[in-house]
Design a protein around this ligand. Structure first.
Ligand code: ADP
Ligand code: TRP
Length: 322
């Protein structure tokens, strides 16, 4: 079984990425041939600073390694080190209906927010389809918010196979990561690299404390019962077991529990959970050349795995000599 997923390096990863995707990526490395990449081509639709792009790839790679991704077991590479995906993107672009791309939630959201749009943003799902289809991936573990992109990848694969009358691409199965709802940010919206509302697992303690304390809460007085659906409880619950949650919610409903206490406990739990990973990360960060070696061998492996599919797609489409 081949497992493929990626994370866009448009910002530093946060606990939403961790619980929603990265943690599961690590556990998948024992379940089949896992391939993960840092999507720096995808970051180009929102990030225009070249130095920052390089830096962020490194940060995401360090995060993955720190949380337990093992480059001996899983392939880990930088997307732009496999430029063949761009060629495949063109082949898919030429059969991707405008209507399909116009229905993309990600694109429509940006338009609705009045943000500048460009062709890269519009074509984002095609590049993502190429990432997936190039390896004949069986399953693609992603969070709920990426489900539509996967359906689009399946559509494009089916269409290409139909147009060129050849089974070039395998239709990937989405694997929507259940169990974790969308993690809210400190402001109550979805936690996202694109909003200034994240809690980053590896921030220095002081910065993390400031962010945790800034979690928006209502103005219910300490004595009053608290709404256990509040954002701060959703975040706290990520770090608690069933029994702890039961006790906390009983206290909240009884009144007398201050949001500040929940925040303090949340901070302690974040620091404890990520403490050992933080140490490992600091150690890894001292050896940037090793990181590049890992990425180089990951990319070499990825290119080998992708080559037959690119060749089959070119051949089916009549590109190059017969
Ligand atoms: P971001 O929105 O921060 O830019 P990405 O779009 O790069 O995150 O998502 C990377 C992975 O993390 C995806 O599989 C996505 O589903 C998951 N993810 C992102 N934000 C959250 C969140 N707030 N809660 C749960 N999962 C998330
Ligand atoms: N768009 C995905 C995200 O923002 C990242 C991504 C790019 C991806 N290509 C992919 C995920 C292919 C899975 C498979 O999270």
């Amino acid at each position: 079984m081949r497992i493929l997923s990626g994370i866009t390096s448009s910002g530093e990863c946060h606990i939403g990425n961790y619980f929603g995707a990265m943690r599961q990526h690590v556990s998948f490395q024992d379940k089949g041939e896992a391939i993960y990449f840092v999507a720096d081509y995808h970051s180009m639709t929102s990030l225009r600073d070249a130095d920052e792009r390089r830096r962020l790839v490194r940060e995401v790679v360090l995060d993955y390694l720190a949380i337990g991704l093992d480059p001996e077991r899983a392939v880990l590479y930088r997307q732009s080190d496999v430029p063949e995906v761009c060629e495949l993107t063109w082949l898919l672009t030429s059969i991707a209906p405008m209507g399909l791309l116009e229905r993309s939630h990600a694109y429509k959201d940006k338009v609705a927010q009045g943000l500048p749009t460009d062709h890269g943003l519009f074509a984002y799902p095609v590049l993502m389809a190429a990432d997936i289809l190039i390896y004949n991936s069986d399953i693609v573990p992603v969070g709920q918010d990426q489900k539509q992109h996967l359906e689009m990848a399946r559509d494009m694969a089916q269409r290409f196979n139909h147009v060129y009358e050849r089974e070039v691409f395998k239709l990937p199965e989405p694997h929507i990561l259940e169990g974790v709802a969308v993690v809210p940010g400190v402001d109550g919206r979805k936690m996202s690299k694109s909003y200034d509302n994240t809690l980053r697992m590896f921030w220095p303690q002081k910065r993390l404390k400031k962010a945790v304390m800034s979690i928006v809460t209502d103005s219910t007085p300490v004595e009053a019962p608290k709404d256990t659906k509040a954002n701060v409880f959703a975040l706290w619950s990520l770090f608690a077991n069933a029994e702890e949650k039961k006790q906390m919610f009983e206290r909240a409903e009884a009144g007398g529990l201050g949001y500040g206490d929940v925040k303090k406990d949340l901070l302690a739990r974040i620091l404890e959970t990520f403490g050992p990973m933080r140490e490992k990360r600091e150690e890894l960060a001292k050896h940037p050349d090793d990181l590049e070696d890992i990425l180089a061998s990951g990319a070499a492996r990825a290119r080998t795995l992708g080559a037959p599919v690119v060749a089959a797609a070119r051949d089916a489409a009549g590109l190059g000599p017969a």
